[in-house]
Write a protein that binds this ligand. Structure first.
Ligand SMILES: Nc1nc2c(c(=O)[nH]1)N[C@H]1C(S)=C(S)[C@@H](COP(=O)(O)OP(=O)(O)OC[C@H]3O[C@@H](n4cnc5c(=O)[nH]c(N)nc54)[C@H](O)[C@@H]3O)O[C@H]1N2
Ligand SMILES: Nc1nc2c(c(=O)[nH]1)N[C@H]1C(S)=C(S)[C@@H](COP(=O)(O)OP(=O)(O)OC[C@H]3O[C@@H](n4cnc5c(=O)[nH]c(N)nc54)[C@H](O)[C@@H]3O)O[C@H]1N2
Ligand SMILES: [Mo]
Length: 714
């Protein structure tokens, strides 16, 4: 926070004994995408701080990323290529040279691809959100190979596709504008944990008299600090939105002019909403009718009113429909007329016009081939399929997956229904290469683990899904050990495969120079660290949504009029299942981890202590469970052992299994995904992690008190 403002900008890694400050960007999968200053002394990064001048970062960092040097210099970093010598999953590896590893990998991939390139699957997500170290050289490599395509759905595609169906893109309010709102509805998000920099703006509004409402089944640390917490059942947000609309209609809190000019299809939704009086919505949501009425009153009568929607509420069967319903609300009351009113789920669509993904990823290298697409969320099932196997929709699966190249992801820990994922990764006839910083649960199953650089050790560029600035990440230090950037690993693999197209020789700087188009310039990023997209403060004050006719689409030609869609697993949809497994389990992120990243950083793991299941006192008492009891959490898919914490954070009927722990650091080598399923959301082909029924029973071991979590300092 006290970094001098006049930092000398360093564009190459420093080895001088003097101290330099390098401009960087946080690579993690988080809406905040902070601008960083990395202090380097004698070639070693000694401090990572938030850029005080970048408005969304405002000089502050979360606990995790302020420890970024601890992660980069971690004694367990994988710093050399490693080849498996033991059974898959055993973690027995020996060090080999780059030469040996790359030669063998290229030879094995070439042999498989010669039979059928569609037996090769790339698997990646957002370990880094960087445009270069994500899908640039990697995409070129797989396009040239003709490998399977990956549908990257594991996080946000239900809400993202739903928002795009409504507004025409993943677009919304500017995060800074929340400082000026008078009502902020934080919907399906634990902002203090997962969107900390937004929370600063919400707090400023609160100090200015704004009311803050949190809608979340869990009483999160964010809910603690809001004026009101509405603890609805998981997967009932669509019903709540319909109940709110009912009240907006009957009390005439609608902006008729905005509706008439800037929305399409309201009459049909109006008819549907009139069937949702507060009593009906309340009954579905497990809340009181007064809670529905009072929220509708606040939302219908306060200006400016802003919703911060987040992805926590779309990880259920009806997540897409719920997002569409909620996205209609700001149009119904004309909240968009104000810069500090409206809604933000994701801002990533604002970058669409300045990104040149085709230049980075070169889909033209497919040369007319159209490989099949595999959904990353069903990797458990798909790794276990045989060639030509009949799929539930009647079509045939293509060739069996024979090779898997994983980078920027830890699917063995994070993908749903891990019993199947683990079986797939354990297949002896599967050739697996993992590019990683650490020996994760996934790396343990690899034939080769290749050491990748961290954000301090490579160049990258970033956009954001929570703000509207493009950023640069300059390389601050030389790669540690023999680590190489993902780009370089794919460049060298391409050479070994005999790919001679000039694009495989592009340097990282060459890639960076083609990543953006007007008005974002690489040289300006290099000079300033970040640039704001030129966008109006109140983007939809006069409509102008990026849809075909500029209106908010309520009645979609593809999806129809949105409705409440009950969970796959719930009392109303599956009463028999609900009798055997009466507790709904959600598994939201733990504050000091980022998905499964940082779980191995001891100082952060010490804060989280151990994998815990939060449980309401009544549910625990009914099962003879108390704080510290080791329990079995189970359903038909699997069983997971952990300790229970009786907690006011859990509502009756719902248990919270905070994630995402590395399996091998759990009590019995598993984590919450042992219980989740692979069924996909209504829109966007995404997993429904939080749509999951379980039962909990003491596992027979004597209760011991959980390790006391230390106090987090952020
Ligand atoms: N510290 C930290 N920050 C993170 C992450 C992390 O793991 N740790 N993950 C990052 C990633 S990958 C993402 S996608 C983003 C997005 O972040 P989100 O996925 O939005 O994560 P949270 O903000 O924790 O929101 C989840 C919240 O939704 C609640 N929830 C669960 N089910 C429902 C429901 O049915 N309805 C409603 N209304 N709420 C529900 C949970 O109790 C939880 O508090 O955060 C990013 N930031
Ligand atoms: N039960 C349950 N499961 C969930 C969720 C949940 O809420 N509940 N959340 C889901 C969500 S929102 C998401 S986004 C996914 C996240 O799933 P993933 O994207 O797989 O995220 P991480 O678990 O953080 O794993 C990222 C890995 O990338 C590695 N990495 C980072 N940078 C680099 C790099 O530059 N090069 C290489 N080669 N590797 C790098 C890290 O070391 C880390 O092991 O998990 C999903 N799974
Ligand atoms: Mo995510």
């Amino acid at each position: 926070m006290n970094t001098p403002r006049n930092i000398p900008v360093s564009t190459s890694p420093s080895t001088s004994p003097s101290t330099t400050v390098v401009r960087a960007a946080c690579p993690h999968d988080c809406p905040d995408t902070c601008a960083l200053h990395v202090t380097v002394q004698g070639g070693r990064a000694i401090k990572v701080q938030g850029d005080p001048d970048h408005p969304p970062t405002h000089g502050a960092l979360c606990t995790k990323v302020s420890r970024y040097t601890e992660r980069s210099y971690h004694p367990e970093r994988v710093l050399h290529p490693m080849k498996r010598v033991g059974a898959k999953g055993s973690g027995a590896f020996v060090r080999v040279s780059w030469d040996e590893a790359l030669a063998d990998i290229a030879q094995r991939l070439a042999a498989i691809a010669a039979r059928d390139p569609q037996a090769v699957l790339p698997y990646s997500y957002a370990g880094t959100m960087g445009l270069l170290q994500g899908e640039s050289m990697a995409a070129r490599f797989f396009h040239k190979l003709g490998a399977l395509l990956l549908d990257r759905t594991i996080c946000s595609s239900a809400g993202g596709d739903a928002l795009a169906a409504t507004y025409g893109g993943k677009v919304g309010m500017h995060t800074e504008q929340y400082a000026h709102s008078k009502l902020i509805v934080i919907w399906g998000s634990n902002s203090i944990a997962s969107n900390l920099h937004f929370w600063t703006f919400a707090q400023a509004a609160k100090r200015d008299g704004a009311k803050l409402v949190c809608i979340d089944p869990r009483k999160t640390e964010t809910a603690d600090k809001c004026h009101q917490h509405i603890a609805l059942r998981p997967g009932t947000d669509g019903a709540l939105a319909l109940g709110l609309m009912h009240e907006l209609i009957v009390n005439d809190w609608l902006d008729h002019d905005y509706i008439a000019h800037h929305t399409d299809g309201w009459p049909k939704l109006r008819e549907r909403a009139l069937q949702w009086p507060p009593e009906r919505a309340a009954q579905v949501c497990g809340i009181t009718a007064d809670e529905v009425r009072s929220l509708a009153h606040d939302y219908g009568t306060t200006r400016p009113a802003a919703i911060r929607l987040n992805y926590g509420m779309q990880r259920v069967r009806g997540g897409g429909n719920a997002v569409r319903l909620i996205a209609c609300l700001p149009c119904l009351v004309g909240a968009w007329r104000h810069a500090a009113g409206g809604l933000l789920l994701s801002s990533s669509g604002w970058f669409k016009s300045v990104r040149n993904d085709a230049a980075l990823q070169r889909p033209d290298l497919l040369a007319g081939r159209r490989p099949r697409t595999i959904n990353m969320s069903t990797i458990g099932d798909d790794l276990l399929r045989e060639s030509g196997e009949r799929l539930p929709d009647g079509t045939a699966f293509g060739p069996k997956i024979e090779a898997l190249i994983v980078y920027n992801s830890n699917p063995v820990a994070v993908a749903p229904e891990s019993p199947k994922v683990v079986r797939g990764f354990a297949r002896e006839d599967l050739f697996t290469v993992v590019l990683e910083h650490f020996m994760t649960d996934t790396a343990d199953h690899a034939d080769y683990v290749l050491p990748a650089t961290t954000q301090l050790e490579h160049l990258d560029l970033h956009t954001s899904y929570g703000h509207t600035y493009a950023l640069i990440n300059e390389r601050a230090i030389e790669p540690l050990g023999e680590a190489k950037p993902n780009t370089q690993i794919f460049r060298e693999l391409a050479a070994r495969m005999g790919y001679t197209e000039p694009c495989f020789a592009d340097s990282d700087e060459a890639l960076a120079r083609m990543a953006f188009v007007e008005p974002v310039h690489f040289d300006e990023l290099r000079e300033k660290g970040w640039v704001k997209l030129p966008l109006p403060d109140a983007p939809f004050a006069d409509g102008g949504f990026p849809t075909a006719n500029g209106k908010c689409v309520i009645d979609s030609p593809v999806y129809g009029v949105p409705d409440h869609v009950p969970n796959y697993e719930c009392e109303s949809a599956t009463p028999e299942l609900a009798r055997r497994y009466p507790l709904a389990m959600i598994s939201p992120p733990a504050r000091n981890f980022l998905n499964s990243t940082f779980v191995n950083v001891k100082s952060l793991r010490d804060i989280e202590a151990e994998p815990l299941l939060e449980m309401h006192a009544d549910d625990a008492a009914a099962r003879g469970i108390t704080t510290g009891t080791t329990v079995r959490v189970f359903n038909d898919r699997g069983s997971y052992r952990c300790k229970v914490a009786l907690s006011a954070r859990a509502r009756p009927g719902v248990v919270n299994g905070l994630g995402i722990w590395w399996r091998k650091l759990g009590l019995d080598g598993s984590n919450v995904n042992e219980l989740t399923h692979q069924r996909l959301t209504d829109i966007g082909r995404a997993p429904s992690f939080y749509d999951c029924l379980v039962e909990v029973a003491p596992s027979g071991l004597a209760p011991t008190p959980p390790r006391a979590p230390a106090t987090a300092a952020t």
